[in-house]
Design a protein around this ligand. Structure first.
Ligand SMILES: CSC[C@H]1O[C@H](OP(=O)(O)O)[C@H](O)[C@@H]1O
Length: 356
């Protein structure tokens, strides 16, 4: 059994969701009860271990899990890693029980590695902010949710903001609400409040006026897939922030573990962007994302019945608009193919110097 904190119920309720089989976990992933690229990878790996332990067809389970959401590369990575460990164990003569234990050990290893990666990203990211904004007192804008709710540890971009807060350098965290599923309003505000940060929530549309007023010193966001050329797929609304940041000469910093870098996807145009149901846009539901699980029509209409909605879950920011990518192995700035490859190989120490 896999026990999850049901993120659809936050911030109003902290409710555990018990997944006793793979279909239940697939539904939890699809409806964002569990979400966020690194955590999706961890959940996917545990899902393979669950399938193995329950005697389900592991290959079939791996296919269902990896296909639950297409954009975050971590999901397929975590699933593949646990499935390969299981298959290798069988090939080496283990019985089903032993092979299931091997898959579980691999999932736990990924969980542990991600927690370690969070801490290292926080340290590298804080150092990078100190280099860019000496003296501290900076105001950071973040989008969607990138804290412990997306990770085996403290998260990605939010972990850097939390480190800055801990170092007394963060003056304010601007929190984009992140329509339509409100990961910022529901989850980042929840995490910022628990961390004791000075934070302010804003509608996504209000970000531009903050930049124009000179109120943003840096943007910190996560990623769901970083292509080999440095293109960054992240929650929809990230690309407009990158354009605003460039226009207003504000650093746009992406924080992600190397498990989110996909060197096999050569460029941003090749990243599959998940298209989500229109009712997430055309209906309001309480809690904010019940509409994610409810059938169309279950929420309060935010638009005339029958309105068609365009609802991509992510957008893709080109590398030239990304100031830096911060990983657990160091920072690459500017973002280049070579620099990314070096970080993935673990060679990057401090600011990457790779040439494109
Ligand atoms: C650093 S992973 C968090 C990442 O995942 C979010 O997407 P979703 O809430 O749909 O899982 C968003 O893109 C965040 O940046």
């Amino acid at each position: 059994m896999i026990v999850l904190l049901d993120q659809r119920r936050l911030p109003a309720e902290e409710v555990e969701l018990l997944c006793t089989d793979v279909p239940a976990l697939v539904e939890a992933i699809r409806t964002l009860a569990v979400r966020g690229a690194p955590l999706l990878g961890i959940a996917g790996a545990y899902g393979v271990a669950l399938a193995a332990a329950r005697g389900f067809d592991v290959e079939e389970a791996a296919g269902l899990l990896a296909g639950a959401r297409p954009t975050a590369v971590n999901l397929a990575y975590g699933v593949r890693r646990a499935a390969r460990a299981y298959e290798e164990a069988l090939k080496n003569g283990a019985d089903g029980v032993r092979a299931a234990a091997v898959a579980l050990a691999e999932a736990r290893a990924l969980h542990r590695e991600d927690a370690e990666a969070s801490a290292r990203m926080a340290a590298h990211g804080l150092t990078h902010l100190e280099e860019l904004l000496p003296g501290g007192g900076y105001r950071v804008l973040t989008h969607c949710n990138t804290g412990a709710l997306v990770s085996g540890g403290g998260g990605t971009a939010f972990a850097v903001a939390a480190a800055a807060h801990g170092a007394g350098q963060l003056r304010r965290l601007w929190v984009d609400e992140t329509r339509p599923l409100l990961q910022g309003a529901r989850l980042t505000a929840y995490e910022a409040a628990r961390a004791g940060m000075a934070y302010t929530l804003l509608t996504d549309n209000a970000a531009g006026s903050l930049f124009a007023a000179g109120e943003v010193d840096a943007v910190l966001i996560g990623a769901d897939r970083i292509a080999a050329d440095g293109s960054v797929a992240n929650k929809v609304g990230s690309y407009p922030l990158a354009v605003l940041a460039r226009y207003h000469h504000v650093p746009f910093i992406v924080v992600a573990p190397t498990t989110t870098v996909d060197l096999g996807t050569l460029e941003g145009a090749a990243i599959e962007v998940e298209q989500r149901p229109g009712h997430e846009v055309t209906e309001f539901s309480a809690p904010a994302v019940a509409g994610v699980t409810a059938e169309p029509g279950a929420g309060a209409p935010a638009a005339p019945l029958g309105t068609q909605a365009y609802n991509p879950a992510f957008d893709v920011t080109p590398p030239e608009l990304v100031t830096a990518v911060v990983t657990e192995n160091g920072v690459v700035s500017p973002v280049t193919r070579t620099g990314l490859a070096e970080l993935c190989a673990g060679q990057g120490k401090g600011t990457g110097s790779g040439q494109g």
